[in-house]
Design a protein around this ligand. Structure first.
Ligand SMILES: [Zn+2]
Length: 154
C-alpha cells in the first residue's frame, strides 16, 4: 500500500519471497519509494504470510525497529518463538499490537480497521483489514475458511 503524496509505503504480509517482493516493488515504482517499507502488516501465522520477516534479521538486512502490526496472539507468537523472538530482542522489528475492531492511522491519509476472519487459528488469530483512504475503501482478507462462517457487514 503506497501513499503517493507522502511517499510512504506499507507491506501487507511478509511472504517467503519477501526479498523478491521488495525487488519487484522497487522495479515497478522506478525507485520512487524507499527500499524498505514504513511498516509491515501481518494477518496470521501460516508460512505464506509471515516467514519473510526472517529477512529483517542481522544475518540479512539487519533492519532497525521495523514496525510490524499484528493482532495479540500473533504478537505473542512472534515474541515467544525463535527465530522471531530474536528479531524482537535485537529490535530488528518492533511489534505494534492491534486489537480487533480498532482503527490504526498510518501517515496522514490512511486508516486501517482491523477485524478477525474465521480461519484455522493454530498459532494465531487471523486478521482482515478495511483500508480507508480519503477517496476509496479497500478490503484485505487473507485466507478464510468459509464465507458462510463469517457474519459481518462491512
Ligand atoms: Zn492461512
Amino acid at each position: 500500500m503506497v501513499d503517493s503524496v507522502s511517499k510512504n509505503w506499507w507491506l501487507f504480509e511478509a511472504t517467503p519471497d519477501f526479498k523478491y517482493q521488495l525487488q519487484l516493488f522497487r522495479t515497478l515504482t522506478h525507485s520512487e519509494y524507499k527500499y524498505l517499507p514504513d511498516g509491515i502488516i501481518i494477518t496470521h501465522a501460516h508460512i505464506g504470510h509471515y516467514t519473510g520477516l526472517m529477512q529483517l534479521g542481522r544475518e540479512v538486512m539487519d533492519t532497525k525497529e521495523m514496525p510490524v502490526y499484528v493482532l495479540p496472539r500473533m504478537a505473542s507468537f512472534l515474541e515467544t518463538n525463535g527465530p522471531w523472538s530474536q528479531l524482537v530482542k535485537l529490535k530488528n522489528m518492533v511489534i505494534h499490537q492491534l486489537n480487533p475492531d480498532s482503527v490504526l492511522t498510518l501517515g496522514n491519509n490512511v486508516k486501517i480497521e482491523t477485524f478477525t476472519v474465521p480461519h484455522r487459528d493454530e498459532y494465531s488469530e487471523t486478521a482482515g483489514f478495511r483500508i480507508m483512504t480519503p477517496s476509496r475503501k479497500y478490503l484485505f482478507i487473507p485466507d478464510i475458511n468459509k464465507w458462510g462462517k463469517w457474519i459481518k457487514i462491512l
